[in-house]
Design a protein around this ligand. Structure first.
Ligand code: PLP
Length: 380
């Protein structure tokens, strides 16, 4: 019987990634180059689109998405409050205003299109939809709502790499799609990300912005005797390394097996926890595909979340909270007091949210242990 902690997340990185990284190191070309280009084209192909731009993080992906919209002070971007803070920070960095939207229900923790409809006004430039936990936000409703308006739809697909949807893979349905390859994500490169965009002109601009809008990249210039470049836009260095891209290519190949394992574990949790009185298991509505990135549960009303998490920790189960709502954070409360408002659905459930361990290396015995630990903590 193992006494090891059952971790919230873990990575499937193994010998194949080590071999790929070794090959890059031996090649002596470490910054973005041909391996990164292959990763971009393979990731795009997996999504069913023609091209993608690899970047150094999911935050960089979101920042580039906002830069491509030319946000200005006074502009508003509607952002789910139940997402990682990066989604709001990249708006605030422009001096624009993140306006927070509610979740739809205790069963659907993605952005509520009805609340988005209430928030639309001429200052709104974009809506961010996070595919929370790896389940699709209601892209059909959001697209219908925004059709005929100049408001862009930005998909934060950090939880949902290569997930099928009737309208196209998640990330490819809106105007811009952003992915993260952080260490806890389903597909990881340590730190990394990817951007896709419906408009090839926008994607080309994002590619230039990733590299200070130099008209020619370092690796393109490396073959010229007399190389030069121009600069025609204010950009950043958000390039990934070849080391990260080599890991990403291998990880992309692991996704189908990884997905199947996560789905089996999620089903095991649902079977083991479905009858616990008062415990909510969001995400029962059928979806064609999902990434099973997180397994969030809603503790029974009135349960002490800190005590619950401490009890699981003592029982060697690590938990987390995805997320503490952004509109509760001091910066966002203080700075956006005039546009801030209560979000009744999220406000009522945020204190009950806990994420259970979910990753492809968990055994059935680990999952059963987690189920027992949850039941024990709630009946103590
Ligand atoms: C991880 C994450 C990000 C940020 O990605 P990084 O690679 O950590 O910068 C953004 N949004 C969501 C929903 C995430 O989970």
């Amino acid at each position: 019987m193992s006494e090891a902690m059952i971790m919230l997340a873990d990575t499937t990185v193994g010998d194949a990634e080590i071999a790929a990284v070794t090959e890059v190191l031996r090649s002596r070309w470490l910054s973005a180059g041909p391996v990164t280009r292959s990763f971009e084209l393979e990731f795009a192909a997996a999504l069913g689109v023609g091209d993608a731009v690899a970047v150094s993080s999911g935050t960089a992906a979101l920042h580039l998405a906002m830069l491509s919209l030319d946000l200005r002070p006074g502009d508003q971007v509607i952002v789910p409050s139940l997402t990682f803070v990066a989604g709001a920070a990249v708006v605030a960095l422009h001096g624009a205003t993140p306006v927070f939207a509610d979740v739809r229900s205790a069963d659907d923790l993605t952005i509520d299109p009805a609340d988005v409809a209430r928030l639309l006004n001429p200052a709104v430039r974009a809506v961010v939809a996070t595919h929370y936990a790896g389940r699709a936000a209601d892209l059909t409703a959001l697209r219908d709502l925004l059709a005929g308006t100049p408001v862009a739809l930005v998909e934060d697909a950090a939880h949902a790499p290569v997930v099928a949807h009737p309208a196209g893979a998640l990330g490819t349905v809106g105007d811009v799609g952003c992915f993260s390859f952080f260490a806890t994500k389903n597909l990881t490169t340590g730190e990394g990300g990817m951007v896709v965009a419906a408009d090839p002109g926008r994607l080309a601009r994002i590619r230039r912005l990733r590299s200070h809008s130099l008209t020619r990249a370092t690796w393109e210039r490396s073959t010229d005797a007399v190389a030069s470049y121009d600069v025609d836009d204010v950009g950043l260095n958000y390039r990934p390394t070849e080391i990260a891209s080599a890991i990403g290519r291998v990880q992309l190949g692991r996704l189908p097996d990884e997905r199947r394992r996560r789905a089996a574990l999620a089903a095991r949790y649902r079977a083991g926890l479905g009858d616990v009185p008062g415990l909510g298991l969001p995400g029962t509505a059928a979806q064609p595909d999902e990434a099973h990135h997180l397994f969030p549960v809603l503790l029974p009303d009135g349960a002490d979340r800190d005590a619950f998490r401490a009890a699981l920790w003592r029982n060697r189960v690590q938990t987390s909270v995805h997320y503490q709502p952004i509109h509760h954070m001091s910066l966002y409360r203080r700075r956006y007091r005039s546009t801030g408002r209560p979000l009744p659905v999220l406000d009522a459930l945020a204190g009950r949210l806990v994420s259970l361990p979910l990753h492809a290396l968990l055994s059935d015995a680990d999952a059963d242990h987690v189920v027992h630990a949850v039941r024990a903590a709630l009946t103590a």
